[in-house]
Design a protein around this ligand. Structure first.
Ligand SMILES: NC(=O)C1=CN([C@@H]2O[C@H](COP(=O)(O)OP(=O)(O)OC[C@H]3O[C@@H](n4cnc5c(N)ncnc54)[C@H](O)[C@@H]3O)[C@@H](O)[C@H]2O)C=CC1
Ligand SMILES: CC(=O)C(=O)O
Length: 326
């Protein structure tokens, strides 16, 4: 690890980039740490209703700074969101063993009603990046609460699920995950689906890859891999009580895509019309750049996949409606 590494923004002589993390629990603190190590930002502001927790995390993070990057970390309040490039939202309840993400909807929607107007008032031009669950419901609600364009209200969506799928496939096929083009769409949750019809390895459909590499193509094995992917959060929470590293890496990957104006296609969640389901946030591959997230590709899914993703969208939309956000 580099000692006293200058943040890349400072080195390039650009405006110092400020990112705010709201919620300094397991996800928020791990995200702040990952961001600090990345060297991409000059300032990280921590906000939490539990001020002691935020203070403790801030102190601990600042002690890492002299050995890593020159990023300044401080505990603040909503006025400190002013001029933030991105505000990452991780505040709210997490799942207890056996709870679904949707079980958190009512409680965390109330928290968004408190948090979002405060951010908007102080940072009207920022990009909101949400991780709090159920992330698609809360992204839909935050879009309405903020009045921001859909491109500036981004949920982490199925970026993490897609990474988990690629990891599991890489173990199964014994190749690196970067060689695998596979992703999950729909809800970040129980109604998500893998897009097997477009999954590829080294540019070849999975069936062709298996044939060319003298392996049996086994759809049942793929379904088991998807099941393991979908249940990953439950399996981790049962063991350690929360998940944090995967989502922190995902959030920082989204931040990187925005700050570096990459235009990468990521399975993040934004409000749009999807397969006939109107004005709902769900994940499909979406172009992310300095201006936010934009839908640019129509996915050619097979008929089953279209039915599944519609159901997933309707599921998210019905929870939003139940909470009074039609
Ligand atoms: N989208 C994804 O892929 C993932 C989402 N999550 C979600 O992230 C959220 C946070 O999870 P953890 O960090 O494990 O929970 P945690 O309980 O460790 O931390 C939550 C933090 O939010 C703070 N908070 C609560 N109400 C607040 C408010 N009104 N304003 C500011 N801060 C507030 C709490 O004081 C606490 O420090 C949960 O909803 C969890 O389900 C977790 C992992 C992955
Ligand atoms: C908790 C959660 O949403 C996840 O790890 O996928």
């Amino acid at each position: 690890m580099a000692q006293n590494k200058e943040s890349s923004t400072m080195k390039a002589g650009l405006n110092p980039v400020k990112v705010v993390v709201v919620g300094t629990g397991s996800v928020g603190s791990t995200t702040a740490y990952t961001l600090l190590l990345s060297g991409m930002v000059a300032e990280i502001v921590l906000i939490d209703i539990n001020k002691d927790k935020a203070d403790g995390e801030g102190m601990d993070l600042n002690h890492a700074a002299p050995m890593t990057t020159d990023c300044r970390v401080y505990v603040g309040d909503y006025p400190d969101c002013a001029n933030a490039a991105i505000v990452i939202i991780t505040g709210g309840a997490n799942q207890k063993p056996g709870q679904t993400r949707m079980d958190l909807a009512a409680k965390n929607a109330k928290i968004m009603q408190e948090i979002i107007p405060n951010i908007v008032k102080n940072a009207p031009d920022t990009i909101l990046l949400l991780a709090t669950n159920p992330v698609d419901v809360l992204t839909s609600i935050s879009y309405k609460l903020s009045g921001f364009p859909a491109s500036r209200v981004i949920g982490s969506g199925t970026l993490l699920d897609s990474a988990r799928l690629r990891y599991n496939l890489s173990k199964y096929y014994n190749i690196s995950s970067e060689s695998i083009g596979a992703f999950i769409i729909g809800e970040h949750g129980d109604s998500e689906l893998p897009v097997w019809s477009l999954a590829s390895i080294a540019g070849m459909r999975l069936r062709d890859y298996c044939e060319k590499s003298n392996q049996k193509f086994d759809q049942d094995a793929l379904e088991k891999i998807f099941e393991k992917t979908r249940s990953a959060a439950y399996d981790i929470i049962k063991r350690k009580g929360y998940t944090a590293y995967g989502i922190a890496a995902g959030l920082v990957r989204i931040v990187e895509t925005i700050l570096k104006n990459e235009g990468s296609l990521l399975t993040v969640s934004t409000v749009g019309d999807y397969f006939g389901v109107k004005q709902v946030a769900l994940s499909v591959p979406t172009k992310v750049d300095r201006t936010g997230a934009h839908h640019i590709v129509g996915l050619s899914l097979d008929d089953n996949e279209i039915e599944e993703v519609k159901k997933s969208g309707q599921n998210i939309k019905s929870v939003c409606s139940r909470l009074g956000f039609d």
